[in-house]
Design a protein around this ligand. Structure first.
Ligand SMILES: C[S@@+](CC[C@H](N)C(=O)[O-])C[C@H]1O[C@@H](n2cnc3c(N)ncnc32)[C@H](O)[C@@H]1O
Length: 162
């Protein structure tokens, strides 16, 4: 993978919509691949009572995210792993909540097929997974934005390789 996702944060106000669309339940494992400043991880842990894990390679973001999680008293439910997301197992994930480009989602699709269990959900802002048909797509206009953007939901079918 030569292309590296830049750090472009998800608009704060649509994060609850993404997590609701994925029907996140208390205690579920929610991962954000490329967690940036941990904004998704924090909302998942604090407001949805998920076990939230962020995976991020940029050390500055990892440090700031960990500090924010400590300050918010969320260390029991939320953590940040400083690793390349290609190398992190997704076998125990219930929900992937991400903001990744279609290019990266396409590269990760074989890993999703191999590791995500049937019934796991993937919700991504703005970009679809090229090879998959969305279970649901909704349009949102984030605060301060002018045009509608999509949130895509995918539910891993029982025919995955698990
Ligand atoms: C578009 S930003 C999304 C940030 C965050 N998920 C959000 O929604 O606000 C993508 C993030 O992925 C991180 N990233 C890019 N490639 C990565 C990799 N291979 N492993 C882990 N993180 C990566 C970047 O540093 C960046 O913070």
């Amino acid at each position: 993978m030569n292309y590296t996702e830049p750090h472009v944060p998800t608009p704060e106000d649509i994060i609850p919509t993404m997590l609701s669309l994925a029907s996140v339940k208390p205690g579920e494992a929610v991962f954000d691949l490329g967690s940036g400043d941990a904004r998704i991880v924090i909302v998942a842990a604090r407001d949805f009572r998920a076990r939230a894990v962020g995976v991020e390679t940029r050390k500055r973001l990892v440090k700031a995210s960990r500090q924010k999680i400590r300050e918010l008293g969320l260390s029991k439910q939320a953590s940040i792993t400083c690793r390349n997301f290609k190398k992190v197992s997704l076998r125990k994930v219930d929900v992937l909540c991400t903001y990744l480009s279609s290019y990266t989602l396409n590269l990760l699709t074989p890993k999703f097929m191999e590791e995500l269990r049937p019934g796991a959900r993937l919700v991504n802002f703005d970009y679809p997974v090229p090879a998959w048909k969305a279970t649901k797509e909704i349009e949102v206009i984030p605060k301060g934005w002018t045009k509608p953007h999509s949130i895509y939901l995918y539910v891993v079918p029982a025919t995955s390789n698990n």
